[in-house]
Design a protein around this ligand. Structure first.
Ligand code: FES
Length: 909
């Protein structure tokens, strides 16, 4: 078959049933990404004779004689198409996995399409940005080259220094699709032509494996190996990774002889081709003894419930396996008397749903042995060092015998603070000695990675007649699913800042994280806080209503303030911006935005707040180094990962500022266990507050060394020396970089142990309209005020906040991984059923920054990647409650649930 790709003739022989996406990727057209293979996400979009199509839905044979254009070929040579230029300049991407496909589709739009832009782009999903910057970029590109796009724009290119909206260095490559992600291996890469790994999964929620027959699978031509529980180390671990591995329970085996949820992996097939692996896995015969299963966490802890990990003990960090309880938390004295004596008491029970991270790049890893026989794994992970350590432990290897690194990671949101692929890849590479690739499908993501912990949150809240809080009583039940990855950390964190954001004179907390036979829960943006804040902030709103107090004022009266105990020994008041956030959000809501509700709809306003520590507790370690080379370029090395959080841009800005250098003189190595000493990883919003701080220290130390060297060469005072683009300027002339490095490169190291944490605040306010006839909720105005400290890159920080808000809106109104109550089977294994938000679902959010500077963060910055998520759902719930006069308690506040609420309310009236 002959066709044309980006103007070049291509000859190919499609396999029966092959889609155009895989054909293009096999022809090294890696700007064509895979996000779902179901026509939902658009990451694989290409133009077919000029029309945008999802290449995963097009049979490859249909390309015969036709013209295919990918993102890499939208413009001649290295040029960018105007829409790509606008997306790159307008910060229209974070992880960038959607950007090539987004650019392809957007390149076909013209001015007459703009009124209908959201619908025209609905086939291209973005999980990171919240769509606003993409919408603006496309509009700018269609209307003409010069157009303001909000705070992202400065006049002219932003200076490459902290405090400016400096464009990500990778922007052009990202929008063209030439920036490599995990599976975008260049020709000649040591893992090119890797064996393909596929897994056999359990159809049962709870069963013991009696036997596995792999003979027929092994007989399939091209099959190299089939692994079962008999072939893996008899060593338990957790897929969830933390600095201290003891934070998670050791309850997981790589392949187990007991399955605890539908979709759990049972065997791994390794073959020369995907077709052979797929054919073979269908031939693996497994005999199961079915065991009783339990899907309701309340039932799971009752006497007589099926036990899911009966052999685990507190030594494995499972508190009470006899009740399926991974963690029980109890604190504070009984507050019933205080509540009874309070002027007002409100209460309720809120339930949150399973939410999928839905990052567009699915989990996966590719591994091989290097020339020294070391195991090398290129993984889509937020924690390469922690993955390396656990892989070494599982296979009894020295850490030095394993290297884990990442390419650009296509989104994570906490979901890649796990090892879901690296372990099987390691097993297969070590066993076969050959390169092996394992890429999860979108259905795998829903059925067998992790979801946000669904929680039942009971809140009772008391206050005096003036609205001063008297007591909080909290009872939380968290469903960790079949395994306890992150269950302990999430539960602890969910109960932390949510119960200290206000001055509660008395508190009683009871909480448990419980095993069930559901799909496992794990780390997700906000790390449990959002679920408990839904209950606490909704109860605050109920209190405000009952007392007739403005909800902003009620929060002001009770807000925690510097000097108050924030609840943890390592928390310090590096800055405080809660009061400003409340003022900013309230003022914006009062100003309004002119968007009116449709006739007959009910309108309500809602607000909610959240507090978060600026990194994870108990240490979060980063090492960095900075090296000056004779040609005046710097090599910067850090262990943290870029997965859309913008860290690599901010790290460059820090180095550029400290070393007075332009970006083109900076080479940044990240996320490679061979590159630098230990780094805990990119989670808990630690990119700036830990890795950034470590690099800042390294750069300052290097700058000092350079000044000292220049001063000693010129006989001047180092304090009078100044770094410039050409060398170090002293009162006796400039010493060039070559002279500075005449005795060898100059290097300096920086480290950060994350021993102290500061606090950040977020306030979200909305005005919503609710159609009582249909239950549709429309957000008319959305405002978010953030206490981010010194804002290192305003456009990027705005983007992080918008992305967090968009995910908050998604889980507030739409998203739910549904599970069959009888079988535990996920019934929403594709994005369209799961209901991931499309462009039209996410309104623009006005983002406002408090004017604060933090004593702990580099340059006064605080973390701001995950916290914006937390107050969004309660703000929307409060607004719906005010609109309808009836409060939603079950998240998502979906159309059917809101409609039911409206009907019940009407009947009551
Ligand atoms: Fe769109 Fe990450 S930038 S999915």
């Amino acid at each position: 078959m002959r066709f044309e790709v980006d103007g070049e003739p291509v000859e190919a022989e499609p396999r029966p049933g092959q889609c155009l996406r895989t054909l293009l990727r096999e022809a090294d057209r890696t700007s064509v990404k895979k996000g779902c293979d179901a026509g939902d996400c658009g990451a694989c979009s290409v133009l077919l004779d000029g029309d945008p199509v999802h290449s995963c839905l097009i049979p490859a044979v249909r390309a015969e004689g036709r013209r295919v254009t990918t993102a890499a070929g939208l413009a001649p040579g290295d040029d960018l198409h105007p829409v790509q230029q606008a997306i790159a300049d307008g910060f229209g991407f974070q992880c960038g996995f959607c950007s090539p496909g987004m650019s392809v589709t957007a390149s076909t739009l013209c001015a007459s399409d703009l009124p209908d832009l959201d619908r025209r782009m609905k086939g291209n999903l973005c999980r990171c940005t919240g769509y606003r910057p993409i919408r603006e970029a496309i509009t700018a590109a269609v209307l003409g080259p010069v157009r303001e796009t909000g705070p992202a724009c400065e006049s002219g290119p932003a200076p490459e220094r902290v405090g400016h909206s400096t464009r990500p260095e990778a922007a052009a490559r990202v929008v063209q699709g030439t920036e490599p992600f995990t599976f975008d291996l260049p020709p000649g890469h040591p893992a090119s032509g890797a064996l393909v790994l596929r897994v056999v999964t359990s159809p049962h929620a709870h069963a013991r494996i009696l036997s596995i027959d792999t003979a027929a699978a092994l007989a399939v031509p091209g099959v190299v190996a089939v692994f079962t529980h008999r072939d893996v180390p008899d060593r338990r671990y957790s897929t969830g990774r933390h600095e201290h591995r003891e934070d998670d329970p050791d309850d997981t085996r790589m392949l187990d002889d007991v399955v605890r949820h539908v979709g759990q992996r049972v065997a791994a097939v390794v073959a020369e081709t995907a077709e052979a692996a797929d054919a073979a896995r269908a031939l693996v015969r497994v005999r199961y003894e079915l065991l009783d299963a339990v899907f309701d966490p309340e039932a799971a802890r009752r006497p007589g419930a099926p036990l899911i990990h009966p052999d685990r003990t507190p030594a494995d960090r499972v508190d009470d396996a006899g009740r399926n309880v991974v963690l029980r938390v109890e604190s504070g004295d009984d507050v019933d008397d205080i509540l009874a004596a309070s002027a007002v008491v409100v209460g309720g029970t809120w339930r949150t749903s399973r939410v999928s991270h839905a990052q567009l790049e699915t989990h996966g890893a590719v591994g091989w042995l290097d020339d020294d026989g070391r195991l090398v794994i290129r993984a889509s992970t937020q924690v390469p060092f922690l993955a390396r350590d656990e892989i070494a432990r599982l296979f009894d290897l020295d850490r030095e015998q394993v290297r884990v690194h990442t390419a650009r990671v296509g989104g994570g949101f906490g979901g890649k603070q796990e090892i879901f692929a690296e372990d099987l890849v390691a097993l297969a590479v070590l066993s076969t000695g050959r390169p092996v690739a394992y890429e999860l499908s979108r259905a795998d993501e829903f059925q067998r990675t992790s979801v946000r912990h669904p929680m039942r949150v009971r809140v009772d809240l008391g206050a005096d007649a003036h609205g001063m809080l008297t007591a909080l009583k909290l009872d939380v039940l968290s469903d960790t699913g079949a395994y306890g990855n992150h269950s302990r950390g999430v539960l602890f964190h969910s109960l932390a800042e949510s119960t200290t954001i206000y001055r509660f004179p008395a508190r009683r907390i009871e909480a448990e994280a419980v095993y069930t036979n559901n799909v496992p829960s794990g780390a997700f943006r906000g790390y449990g806080l959002g679920q408990v804040m839904l209950g606490v902030e909704s109860a605050m709103d109920m209190l405000a209503e009952r007392l007739g107090i403005d909800p902003f004022d009620l929060r002001r009266r009770n807000a925690i303030r510097p000097g108050d105990d924030p609840g943890h020994d390592d928390l310090v008041w590096g800055s405080y911006g809660f009061d400003q956030c409340l003022d900013l959000a309230q003022d914006a809501l009062r100003r309004g935005n002119g968007v009116e509700a449709p006739a007959g709809w009910r309108v309500g306003e809602g607000v909610a707040a959240a507090m978060i520590a600026t990194m994870a507790p108990f240490g979060h370690i980063a090492h960095s180094s900075a090296t000056l080379r004779p040609d005046g370029t710097y090599l910067l090395r850090t262990g943290t990962t870029e997965f859309g959080n913008g860290t690599t841009t901010v790290l460059r800005q820090i180095a550029a500022t400290d070393l007075a250098a332009s970006f083109d003189r900076l080479e940044l190595w990240t996320a490679d266990t061979d590159a630098v000493a230990h780094d805990t990883g990119a989670f808990a919003s630690a990119g700036i507050t830990v890795a950034g701080k470590a690099l800042h220290a390294a750069c300052l130390a290097l700058a000092r060394r350079m000044r000292e060297r220049a001063a000693s060469l010129t006989g001047t005072d180092p304090d009078e020396a100044v770094l410039t683009e050409t060398g170090v300027s002293t009162p006796r002339g400039t010493v060039g970089f070559a002279a500075l490095t005449a005795d060898g490169e100059l290097s300096a190291h920086g480290g950060e142990l994350g021993e102290q944490r500061s606090l950040a605040f977020n306030v979200h306010a909305v005005r919503v309209a609710v159609d009582p006839e249909t239950g549709v909720v429309r957000i008319l105005q959305s405002v978010h005020a953030a206490d981010a400290g010194f804002v290192m890159n305003p456009a990027q920080c705005r983007g992080q906040i918008e992305g967090g808000v968009a995910q908050g809106i998604g889980s507030a109104l739409y998203e739910e991984v549904m599970v069959d109550a009888d079988t535990g089977r996920v019934t929403t294994p594709v994005l369209r059923l799961y209901r991931m938000p499309q462009p039209a679902d996410i309104p623009e959010t006005e983002v406002l920054f408090a004017d604060t500077s933090d004593d702990l963060g580099p340059f006064g910055a605080k973390s701001m990647s995950e916290s914006p998520y937390n107050p969004v759902a309660p703000a929307i719930g409060n607004a719906i409650a005010r609109a309808l006069g009836a409060r939603p308690f079950v998240q998502p506040f979906s159309r059917d649930r809101v409609w039911e609420l409206a009907v019940t309310r009407r009947k009551r009236d």
